[in-house]
Design a binder for this molecule. Structure first.
Ligand code: ADP
Ligand code: MG
Length: 776
């Protein structure tokens, strides 16, 4: 005899980002060692729970909870998860350097750094290593860990451009004094100042590069500038450093803008909330809100928490979260979300989620994580760089040595080699893809489209066909019972039996049955245990009888009575979904349902065609007639009906073979396998259901399809920009190498073009931030 008890995972391991984290496994292991029999993950009320099976003779429920809490605390205390902001990374190579250094440290379980997002995701064993040791190690490499929440000052944000500007100014003054024929020492002094200002950050980055023995263009710049100085060409050296530092500073400012676009999302939620406590009203910080607190929301104010409306009614502008342009009606029991804007009415809202787990907060977190993931193109450019850089370095060595042998002067061959090396440095290539991914994902998030990684962004931008689930995706998903046909017993009895079973199911048809039974004033006792046969129906035992409700597939192999079949044919040809009810082998009758197509689906499908999607397909578990009727109403290209969830997976494979890249759009609940099999799994209603948010590759936060064409078009634009960036950065390298080799362009020109192309690539990517729906 065993008993079960379930505990929310977030209560046991508050810092663990998701249920796939290794700490969940550690927790389960630890609890099994305590003698609990079986432990597994379940989803309850939309959040992951740990279900603990135990023998009541050995453990009381209270004891199990105590054990779980203690084990959770032990693991959370030992294995820490952190996401840190890193400042001072000059080139994408810095990210790799930090990653590799940290990964080699004892006690660090995971370290991944995104140059574009300037973030480090860290998991470490606090018994083996202290946080301060990690921060010190990063500092020793020459980077700074920014403590969260502390605003960086104006100077800190602009110091690079200030230094670079100073270098430029001093260079100009030095040049002018020389022109004016003033004493040479004055102009030399000014140029030296220019060297210091322009070379400060370059020297720092070069030093870090040297320490970690990684190839870095900064090293090259310092060598070139030192070489120029040694040859007495101070003005030329100062120009190099100035151009280089300017390029870098502008690139960083541009990337900061992309990052700020995401941080702005997080800023949407108010910092405080007005709550009813002990009969009065108090203003508290949102972090102190507890589940069940009643929050007062004044007209026109931003909603500070995820919750449920207790009283009042209003319309709420959810566009900050979901991108929906039309405000949504809110009545009692409707969900509201942190960061959205209340309209004219006052509301009292019960808190359902703590501040740190709000939909908005998690979306921001997921976006930050998404930007860290490398896309296929980035993997490709990374590989390319690894091959290309050593080749270039070897080539340069030859370039210095060979001309010397055939009688050229050292000055000349050295300068030429430096120019070629600058020309060949693939900095623009390295930043081409991540900058576009960063900007594309940030832009999508602002319109309520959550794209969970660069790979998904690229895939979404190269789709050929899109498959849709029917119920809840193309239709409203709130079917109504339209006919009740009893062939044995009364209509009431039929409906009552159906309700008894369906009260246990979350399927939209089940809700329709329950609603209809209630409307007719029927009362029933819920069945205790029901068996769900996905895509077919339900079975249970009730008062000693075997009850089955579902579609024809559930009764395959059984012969259905003639009268029942006649009713069924009549109902289905009228476009109804039907459900048979059977008790102990006797068919009692059939229920018919109708669902309505969603508004605007036709326009969405048209739009998708216009932007290049070749085929749209409905995949449904419902009957052919209903599929056709809805399909015609919304104007879909193809309907595949009577599919089980496995059939849907196979259908996706066949579609992929025919059309190429295929997306599956669904609710993320019973379509999860098909979504996983598709090139991209897209879920809608991300703001309402956590499952949709967690399982999909792309989540539309609003519960409608209107953002789908936007998402596809934006991703296509992102792909285009990535391609342009690759061509541009490769093209510049390919053109500039022979030009510098031939001595047609000097090192100054090479630096200007090199930095110029890097900047163009980043600015080109940032155009995505300004992407408008009209651009589609
Ligand atoms: P769709 O592809 O339209 O979203 P589903 O895969 O969710 O449909 O379900 C397919 C069919 O399975 C339904 O049309 C219905 O006939 C049957 N079915 C699913 N769940 C239930 C249930 N709880 N009770 C009765 N029939 C069900
Ligand atoms: Mg469905």
């Amino acid at each position: 005899m065993t008993e079960k008890c379930s505990i929310e995972l977030a209560l046991l391991l508050p810092d663990v980002p998701n249920e796939r984290d290794t700490c969940v496994g550690r927790l389960i292991e630890l609890l099994q060692a305590e003698g609990l029999e079986k432990i597994h993950l379940v989803h309850q009320n939309n959040s992951p729970h740990l279900c603990l099976h135990h023998d009541p003779q050995h453990f009381s429920v209270a004891r199990v909870r105590e054990l779980a809490q203690a084990a959770g605390a032990k693991i959370a205390d030992r294995f820490r998860h952190e996401s840190l902001r890193i400042d001072g990374m000059g080139c994408p190579i810095c990210a790799t350097v930090i990653e590799h250094t940290l990964q080699r440290m004892e006690g660090i379980l995971e370290a991944s750094v995104s140059y574009a997002a300037e973030r480090l995701h860290l998991e470490y064993d606090s018994e083996k290593i202290e946080r301060s040791a990690i921060v010190r190690r990063i500092a020793a490499l020459g980077y700074v860990v920014l403590e969260e929440g502390r605003a960086t000052g104006w100077f800190a944000e602009h110091r690079e451009i200030i230094f670079s500007g100073t270098a430029g100014l001093l260079l100009l003054l030095g040049w002018l004094t020389e022109l004016a024929g003033l004493p040479g020492n004055l102009s030399l002094g000014l140029l030296l100042g220019s060297y210091a200002a322009g070379g400060f950050y370059t020297l720092r980055d070069a030093w870090q590069g040297l320490k970690t023995r990684s190839f870095d263009i900064d090293i090259l710049m310092i060598v070139a500038a030192a070489g120029a100085a040694a040859l007495g060409a101070w003005a030329e050296g100062a120009l190099l450093l100035f151009l280089f530092s300017l390029g870098h500073a502008l690139e960083h400012m541009a990337m900061d803008r992309a990052r700020a676009a995401i941080e702005a999302l997080a800023e949407l939620a108010p910092k405080t909330a007005l709550v009813q406590r002990d009969g009065g009203e108090v203003e508290i910080r949102v972090e102190e809100l507890l589940r069940g607190d009643r929050v007062i929301i004044k007209p026109g104010s931003r909603i500070p928490t995820d919750g449920r409306v207790l009283s009042g009614s209003s319309v709420v502008d959810q566009s900050p979260l979901t991108g929906e342009s039309i405000p949504v009606d809110k009545q009692q029991n409707d969900p509201v979300f942190a960061g959205t804007v209340n309209g004219e009415g006052a509301l009292v809202v019960e808190v359902t989620r703590l501040a740190r787990e709000s939909t908005l907060g998690r979306m921001v977190e997921m976006v930050a994580e998404a930007q860290m993931q490398k896309s296929p193109t980035q993997h490709f450019t990374d590989r390319f760089e690894r091959l290309f850089v050593p080749v270039i370095l070897a080539g340069t060595a030859l370039l210095v040595a060979l001309p010397l042998l055939i009688g050229y002067s050292f000055d000349e061959s050295f300068y030429r080699a430096m120019a070629v090396l600058v020309a060949a440095s693939p900095c623009a290539l390295a930043i081409a893809t991540p900058s576009a991914v960063l900007a594309g994902i940030a832009r999508a998030a602002r319109d309520g489209v959550l794209i969970k990684g660069g790979a998904h962004l690229e895939n979404l931008g190269s789709l050929d066909a899109i498959a849709f689930d029917k119920t809840g995706t193309l239709t409203v998903g709130k079917p109504k019972v339209t006919e009740v046909v009893a062939v044995e017993g009364s209509e009431e009895n039929l409906l009552k039996i159906a309700a008894t079973v369906e009260a246990r199911s979350a399927h939209p048809l089940a809700q329709a049955v329950v609603t209809e039974a209630k409307r007719r004033g029927l009362v029933w006792n819920e069945a205790r245990e029901v068996e769900t046969i996905t895509g077919q129906g339900l079975r249970t035992r009730l008062d000693g009888k075997n009850i089955a409700v579902g579609n024809a597939k559930l009764f395959a192999g059984e012969s259905l009575p003639e009268t029942l079949l006649q009713h069924d044919t009549q109902l289905t040809s009228a476009g109804r979904t039907t459900m048979f009810i059977q008790a102990d082998g006797h068919f009692l009758g059939v229920l018919a349902f109708a669902d309505t197509p969603r508004d605007g689906v036709r326009a969405v499908l048209d739009h998708l065609h216009k932007i290049g999607i070749r085929q749209t397909i409905m995949l449904t578990g419902d009957n052919e007639h209903v599929g056709r009727a809805i399909g015609d109403a919304v104007g879909i290209d193809e309907v595949q009906a009577s599919l089980t969830p496995e059939d849907k997976v196979r259908a996706i494979e066949v579609l992929a073979a025919h059309h190429g890249r295929v997306a599956m759009v669904g609710d993320g609940v019973n379509d999860a396998p098909a979504m996983a099999r598709a090139t991209v799994g897209i879920a809608m209603g991300g703001a309402g259901t956590d499952v949709a948010l967690e399982t999909a590759d792309v989540a539309l936060m609003a519960d409608d399809l209107s953002k789908l064409p936007f998402a596809v078009a934006l991703s296509r634009a992102s792909k285009r920009i990535i391609r342009q960036n690759l061509w541009l950065s490769l093209g510049v390298v390919v053109l500039l190498i022979p030009i510098t080799l031939a001595g047609l362009a000097g090192i100054g020109m090479a630096v200007a073009i090199h930095e110029g192309s890097t900047l163009i690539v980043v600015v080109n990517a940032l155009r995505l931030l300004a992407y408008r729906r009209e651009d589609m």
